[in-house]
Design a protein around this ligand. Structure first.
Ligand code: HEC
Ligand code: HEC
Length: 266
């Protein structure tokens, strides 16, 4: 089979980006942590306080509401009303608590039928919650239909932004030019025909991308452009509409610039 040059270039670009990502993540954080970071470790905290903190994270830093509603069926993601009790029935032999924690840090391990696999691991960038925050969030989810019994020790030590050596707060550096990428978005890529992105575009054919970097990982965005179907279809939108040909039509530079532009959308 003949491999189109564009595809080769894109694979190359992905490899380059992969190593940049790795590099960016392995640089120790020099800056201090953002002030809104929650730390409950070692403190005395009641279940009620924990649930309240978790609800706050759900609505703010967690950006869960971009996809989920409580008591209202969404198109992108399941309604989380009653998830505290429903969680016990999702995977045979797995407790509700373990399922809830897994759905936050390893969302791909169980995909709720009828939904696309688009949920990001919330302890990784761009959301990057730490262990305390995962603990509080799990308590909040338990409180939706069940009793709160999650302990900090239930959250794996390897989970959470802090455990990643601060890597989760490190900016992922893509070696592209965001300004040039905006031109690709409007020009050669033709993305604007279907997508809105911040101040540009208005088409409702595809999802509004104005906050894409806030809700999705660079990895997902990069792969979605090259293989839209392989990354699942965003709920509420028709499959097969987004062209699968960008790997052939865009040059490696155009692709890298485009990804850099999309990563500014938050
Ligand atoms: C980009 C959209 C998106 C974001 C952001 C998102 N989720 Fe999800 N979530 C989904 C989708 C889609 C599913 C169903 C598919 C699956 O199981 O992965 C899901 C599944 C879940 C489930 C399992 C529900 C069930 O009925 O079994 C839980 C719990 C959950 N999400 C919690 C959260 C929390 C808490 C946040 C915020 C920290 C969050 N999600 C952020 C899209 C998202
Ligand atoms: C002909 C219309 C069309 C064009 C052109 C198009 N897309 Fe899409 N795109 C869609 C549709 C429809 C979806 C939602 C269905 C799906 O997931 O495939 C989507 C989904 C996406 C998503 C996932 C959004 C999310 O919330 O997870 C991204 C990212 C994206 N497109 C980027 C782009 C970029 C970048 C370009 C230009 C290189 C582009 N698209 C061109 C129609 C289009």
């Amino acid at each position: 089979m003949r491999v189109p040059v564009g595809v080769k270039a894109s694979v190359f670009a992905l490899l380059i980006m992969g190593s940049y990502t790795y590099f960016a993540n392995s640089i120790p954080q020099i800056e201090s942590k953002p002030p809104q970071e929650l730390s409950l470790e070692g403190g005395n905290v009641t279940p009620a306080q924990l649930v309240k903190a978790g609800e706050e994270i759900f609505k703010t830093k967690g950006t869960c509401e971009i996809c989920h509603r409580i008591g209202q069926a969404g198109t992108r993601a399941p309604d989380l009303a009653g998830v505290g009790s429903r969680a016990a029935t999702r995977k045979p032999g797995m407790t509700a608590k373990a399922y809830l924690i897994e759905s936050l840090i390893q969302p791909g391990a169980f995909i709720v039928p009828g939904y696309p696999p688009i949920m990001p691991a919330v302890d990784k960038p761009p959301i990057g919650l730490n262990r305390s925050e995962l603990w509080a969030l799990t308590a909040f989810l338990e409180s939706l239909g069940s009793t709160v019994d999650v302990k900090l020790d239930d959250i794996p030590k390897t989970a959470g932004a802090a455990a990643a050596g601060g890597g989760a707060t490190a900016e992922v550096k893509i070696p592209g030019d965001a300004k040039a990428g905006e031109q690709v978005f409007q020009g050669k890529g033709g993305c604007i025909a279907c997508h809105k992105a911040g101040k540009i575009g208005a088409s409702p054919v595809g999802p509004d991308l104005s906050q894409i970097a806030k809700i999705q990982t660079p990895d997902y965005i990069m792969k979605k452009i090259l293989d839209p179907r392989g990354m699942g279809t965003v709920a509420g939108f028709p499959p097969g509409v987004m062209p699968p040909t960008f790997g052939q039509t865009l040059t490696a530079k155009e692709y890298t610039d485009l990804v850099s532009f999309l990563l500014t959308l938050k």
